[in-house]
Design a protein. Structure first.
Length: 391
């Protein structure tokens, strides 16, 4: 036993650059002004790992084909140990990841940490934000219930309105004729095969750039003695990660993720609604009609993304303390009011869906091996059936 421990210790010492790399990572110099406002990046990375882990666990029992996907998800919810918890962590983790990434970018914007020489770091962060939203967009179809199907119909129609690229985007998403097997395969491939490695690569580049240029110090603190990333900042990041996971776990346990009826392309009375983080865009589309629809669907969002990317080149002024960045604070406040107002309007104007009894045991497609023995009422959403009026 002693020989093995000695050999392990020798390997640790002679392993190429391993102790040096860990020491360099933990004992990096950070400004004296670093603190709680810089924990969002670590929390976002942790949530991405949670998404990858729970997504892999769900994939072990998930059938990536229309119809079978719905029944396999039902099987996960009713038969797989902790299946409902896994889906809850994955579903609410997506929402929490979007919230944290947005908060991270707001913090960087307010502090002006995108300025020279950190322009590339900011632009990579914008792309990571878009990838985070793409996860929600591509994962929306995968349950293959009515909510997912009709929401994807709206998505493909919006993509078709993109100037010049509309027909190509529709064909790429497999929605040029109808939402079916091809569309499902494209969304599943993007969600599982392309987005995760792209995200991991860009996160690596983002972390490298942060380490290369260092954490942006508050103006006037450049001359103050720096401190090490470990242990003070590591402790703050760990506490923030623990709080985020506690909130996520509570959401996964206490708030049920809806699973509606099996996707029905003939149910034209269904009123589609996107996830909450896309409701503002959905409401924006209502402000435009006819030939102007393209303005709300592609032009305005495209300009907003372009403006985000160009922020470091638009604002070339010297860094000042965050308490003096009144214009940046006003921009964030106006954006929050606009987003909140549009989202609230979308929620308040959502018409009530017509009451329709839910078929608890829909006939699965031929060849489907997922036939759950039961479907607890806690895992399904049964609409209230209005009483029949009698004379």
């Amino acid at each position: 036993m002693k020989r093995r421990l000695k050999a392990l210790n020798e390997w640790w010492i002679i392993a190429p650059g391993l102790p040096t790399a860990i020491q360099t990572f933990l004992y990096e110099d950070i400004p004296a002004s670093a603190g709680w406002h810089q924990v969002f990046g670590s929390v976002a990375m942790f949530l991405f790992l949670i998404q990858a882990f729970t997504g892999a666990l769900l994939a072990f029992n998930y059938a990536p084909t229309p119809g079978d996907a719905y029944n396999s998800l039902r099987y996960i919810l009713t038969e797989v140990t902790a299946g409902r918890l896994m889906r809850g962590l994955h579903h609410w983790g997506a929402s929490m990841m979007i919230v944290v990434v947005v908060l991270h970018m707001v913090q960087v914007f307010l502090y002006g940490a995108y300025k020279k020489p950190r322009e590339t770091t900011w632009m990579v962060g914008v792309v990571l934000l878009l990838l985070t939203l793409a996860y929600g967009l591509t994962g929306y179809l995968l349950p293959w219930d009515n909510r997912a199907y009709w929401g994807t119909v709206v998505t493909t129609r919006i993509a078709a309105q993109a100037p010049l690229l509309g027909s190509y985007l529709t064909r790429l998403l497999g929605g040029d004729e109808s939402i079916g097997v091809v569309t499902f395969a494209r969304f599943f491939g993007l969600h599982v095969l392309l987005l995760p490695p792209a995200t991991a690569l860009l996160m690596g580049i983002h972390i490298y750039l942060v380490r290369k240029h260092g954490v942006a110090p508050a103006p006037g603190d450049e001359a103050l003695p720096t401190r090490k990333f470990y242990p003070q900042q590591v402790l703050k990041d760990t506490i923030a990660i623990f709080i985020a996971f506690a909130i996520l776990f509570l959401m996964a346990v206490a708030v049920r993720v809806p699973l509606e009826q099996l996707a029905d392309p003939t149910d034209t009375s269904y009123i589609p609604r996107p996830e909450w983080y896309f409701l503002f865009l959905f409401q924006t589309l209502k402000l435009f009609s006819g030939p102007l629809e393209v303005v709300g669907s592609t032009v305005l969002p495209g300009l907003a993304v372009l403006l985000l990317i160009l922020v470091p080149f638009i604002d070339r002024s010297a860094m000042i303390k965050v308490t003096r960045r009144t214009f940046a604070a006003a921009v964030v406040l106006l954006a929050a009011i606009g987003w909140g107002g549009l989202t609230a309007a979308a929620v308040l104007t959502t018409p009530r869906r017509p009451d329709k009894p839910l078929s608890i045991t829909p006939s699965p497609p031929s060849g489907c091996s997922f036939r759950p023995k039961r479907w607890p009422a806690s895992d399904i959403s049964v609409p209230r059936i209005a009483p029949v009026a009698t004379r």
